[in-house]
Ligand binder design. Structure first.
Ligand code: ADP
Ligand code: MG
Length: 433
């Protein structure tokens, strides 16, 4: 195996052992110290700890600050010249595959620094790529080429993305970016800015990076087919290691349909939206693209008063079904949490059905009723059921079995029987092979 980069973080309260740890690292035959730099939190340390550890495990950030310290810390980037991997025990009592040398060194330094959590270390290349980006705003690929210059002192994803949009983004044509939204579930941060003289929206993710590129590609196909139904996708960037990505789209003036419904929709607007929804539906049919997340939040009203569908991140091409690797790993997200068509069963999506639900929220003018009828007439043919992978299929089968047993034990009279039966129906519908 070729050499790989890793890092240690000695949080403030581990720094009394810093000299000893650095000396030890330098004396290791198979380790090269690439860079050691003092850094500090730019904003609130608790917030930064959440940004750093949060996505991986639930965190009591205040406690973390107390245990590790919120002052200056040391980041040491090292190169393991002969990496080897083995099964190691994780904190939660489970085994995982880790870089042995890094794992052992981390354990040793944690002993030296007293209390486990004062020292952080990476034990696989993916973890390094993510951490080094969050800490330095530079990608693993950039670090491979040498110690990058101009590293900002930061941790929060917001600050790291700031560096990326100010540098890579500027090369593409982005300017005047400001953060407008952050900490959403699968995206890190959203910027508003300008792209070659136009108002733009930038969406950044380090959790679901592939899906960001997916949004760009599929929205672009939609735009080519029917430019009125989707904001124009303008640019996309994915880091060389594929671990982070942003996409730039034309900014829609807004509001969202959700906001508008709160304010009240006039009959005239309802008629216009009914036509927009039919347009969108037919574009979806023609392209064979399935949005999968069509609801009032993801429909924005443009300056021209027409609806645009945003958020194509999890959309798919019927002919070439692909999911983001993160979504695949988090099977409950895919089959249970995510989706606006849960009533159709797990892993089953139908944009026409979803749009029908949106139409039902509007004033029922003649045009809206007609549009609903047209969608309903075609709905059956628009259903898409994801072919489950083997592991998920098995998990769902076991779940179905446990539901059957519960029904047997409880009996028909039990108040929960109907609920169990309903769940079983969705799952067995899904598990048909
Ligand atoms: N092209 C756009 N124009 C205007 N606002 C946008 C645009 N894209 C996203 N937004 C705003 O950002 C929010 C989140 O974007 P979205 O793509 O729906 O991501 P998420 O998957 O996190 O919901 C939207 O609800 C909307 O307020
Ligand atoms: Mg959304």
């Amino acid at each position: 195996m070729s050499a790989e980069l890793h890092l240690f973080v000695l949080w403030e309260k581990a720094r009394f052992a810093e000299r000893r740890i650095l000396d030890d690292l330098r004396s290791q035959a198979k380790i090269e110290v690439v860079d050691a730099r003092e850094m500090e939190f730019r904003g609130d340390p608790a917030e930064s700890f959440t940004a750093f550890y949060g996505p991986r495990k639930p965190l009591d950030a205040a406690l973390k600050v107390k245990k590790c310290g919120g002052g200056r810390f040391l980041v040491v980037v090292v190169r393991d010249l002969e990496p080897s991997y083995a099964r190691r025990l994780a904190r939660e009592g489970k085994y995982y595959t880790a870089n042995e040398r890094m794992y052992d060194l981390k354990e040793k330094y944690r002993k030296w620094a007293g209390r486990r959590h004062r020292v952080h270390g990476t034990t696989d290349t993916g973890e390094f790529a993510r951490d080094v980006f969050l800490l330095t705003g530079r990608t693993a690929a950039e670090w491979e080429r040498g110690v990058p210059g101009g590293i900002a002192l930061n941790i929060p994803a917001k600050a790291s993305w700031r560096t990326v949009v100010d540098t890579v983004g500027a090369d593409l044509g982005l300017s005047d970016c400001r953060v407008v939204l952050e900490g959403k579930y699968i995206n890190d941060v959203f910027f508003e800015g300008r792209f070659k003289g136009r108002d733009a929206m930038v969406k950044c993710s380090s959790k679901c990076a592939w899906s960001v590129g997916n949004e760009f590609r599929l929205a672009k196909r939609m735009f080519a087919e029917s430019p009125g139904v989707v904001p124009e996708p303008l640019a996309e960037w994915t880091s060389e290691d594929g671990r982070m990505a942003f996409t730039v789209a034309e900014r829609v003036a807004g509001p969202s349909l959700t906001d508008l419904l709160r304010r009240g929709v006039s009959d005239g607007e309802a008629d216009r939206f009914a036509a927009d929804i039919l347009n969108l539906a037919s574009a979806l049919k023609r392209t064979g693209i399935l949005h999968r997340d069509l609801f009032a939040d993801n429909l924005l009203v443009g300056a021209d008063g027409h609806l645009r569908a945003i958020d194509w991140q999890l959309s798919i091409d019927r002919a070439d079904y692909r999911e983001d690797p993160w979504v695949v790993r988090n099977w409950k997200f895919r089959y249970v949490v995510f989706g606006v068509n849960r009533e159709l069963g797990l892993g089953v999506w139908n944009d026409f059905h979803a749009l029908g639900k949106v139409l039902a929220l509007l004033p029922q003018t003649e045009a809206v009723v007609k549009a609903s009828e047209r969608l309903a007439a075609e709905e059956r043919g628009m259903t898409f059921a994801a072919p489950p992978d083997r592991a998920t299929w098995l998990k769902l089968r076991l779940y179905a079995l446990s539901l059957r047993l519960q029904m047997l034990v409880k009996g028909r009279r039990h108040r929960k029987y109907a609920q169990l039966e309903r769940r079983l129906r969705t799952i067995t519908g899904y598990c048909r092979d």
